[in-house]
Design a protein around this ligand. Structure first.
Ligand code: UDP
Ligand code: MG
Length: 319
């Protein structure tokens, strides 16, 4: 069979120490995707596994070398890194990501494809009945709620590993650190249409979860990062400047009041702590403004590629 440079579908699977699940996962995917009659590829990104995941993957590869790609990291860089490299390698017009631990059901793949056909650019899975320990599900509900109200995106399960993307989305957004949790936010911010479908979810059969309770702390820092990136990357002074301005104004007002006391009553005895406070907020305020200006300089120097998302260009025949 000939190999084309584009595919209809790429399935990208990040994995870290999941050797026990991989064969079954592969078989299920093949069962689902073969009847669809599409050109597909499956990209496994082995995120520095220390078990025999890579050996298992090589056996799977030998069964179907025209459809499978394996990328092995030298060390464990994290899920965002694995996704980022998977996205770069993917040739599909539609890219589906899923976890390797069999918690996601490959039988949902056609439903994701249908949602993309309906016009969504990114479709996120919603594990509406979730089989994870309560220590994970409750904080996760809270986290999703906060993300939804702060970003204005009406989906329920931002961090779900099972998602489908049009190629232009994965080409545009860059995933680093642990920002994979916020891919829908980054896509939405660029004007892509983000949707959601309910999916079946299973308890983990093999191995253990790679994300502990610290995910929520990291998650909130990442939410701050994303909110800041989305709103203020191009105009950091608008963020820092306003706070700096407020602080300086408070400090100057207090000092004005103290100056008035000094002039009228001849003394500011007993008001020294207030004076210190006023001086402090002025200094902090000036620092905020300076930070904002530094931010502006950085934003000016670093011009990321593809920063504006162009949906279509009409009229390229002009000569
Ligand atoms: N994963 C990864 N690199 C990591 C941690 C996790 O590629 O450093 C993969 C993992 O193998 C799985 C997916 O990311 O395929 C989701 O991880 P996990 O199942 O541990 O998360 P949970 O389901 O508990 O949210
Ligand atoms: Mg899992």
């Amino acid at each position: 069979m000939e190999q084309s440079l584009t595919k209809d579908i790429s399935i990208v699977i990040p994995l870290f120490n999941e050797s026990a699940s991989l064969t079954e996962l592969y078989q299920k995917i093949i069962e689902v995707i073969t009847p669809l009659n599409v050109e597909y590829e499956i990209i496994f990104v082995d995120d520095g596994s220390t078990d025999d995941s890579f050996q298992v993957l090589k056996k799977i590869y030998a069964q179907n070398p025209l459809k499978i790609k394996i990328i092995q990291f030298r060390k464990n860089y994290g899920k965002s890194a694995a996704l980022s490299v998977g996205f770069k390698m993917a040739l599909g017009k539609i890219i589906i990501t899923m976890d390797a631990d069999l918690q996601d059901d490959p039988y949902e793949i056609p439903n994701f494809l249908n949602a993309i056909k309906e016009g969504y650019d990114l479709v996120s899975g919603w594990k509406y009945k979730r089989y994870d320990p309560i220590s994970k599900t409750i904080p996760s509900k809270f986290f999703n709620y906060v993300t939804s109200i702060t970003t204005g995106i009406e989906i329920h399960d931002f961090n779900c590993g099972f998602k489908a993307y049009k190629k232009e989305v994965t080409d545009q957004i860059s995933v680093y650190g642990e920002l994979h949790r916020y891919l829908p936010v980054l896509a939405y911010w660029h004007g892509y249409k983000v949707g959601e479908i309910k999916i079946k979810h299973f308890a983990r059969k093999f191995g253990y979860s790679k994300f502990g309770i610290d995910r929520f702390l990291h998650g909130f820092f990442d939410l701050l990062t994303v909110l800041f990136l989305v709103r203020y990357t191009k105009r950091p002074l608008h963020f820092f400047g306003i706070w700096g301005f407020i602080l300086v104004t408070i400090g100057v007002a207090i000092n004005g009041y103290l100056g008035y006391l000094r002039l009228v009553y001849g003394s500011i005895m007993g008001k020294i702590p207030l004076l210190s406070f006023a001086v402090l907020v002025i200094i902090v305020g000036i620092q905020f403004i300076s930070l904002g200006l530094l931010g502006e300089m950085i934003a000016n120097i670093t011009q990321p590629k593809d920063e504006y998302s162009i949906k279509e260009i009409v009229g390229d025949k002009i000569s």
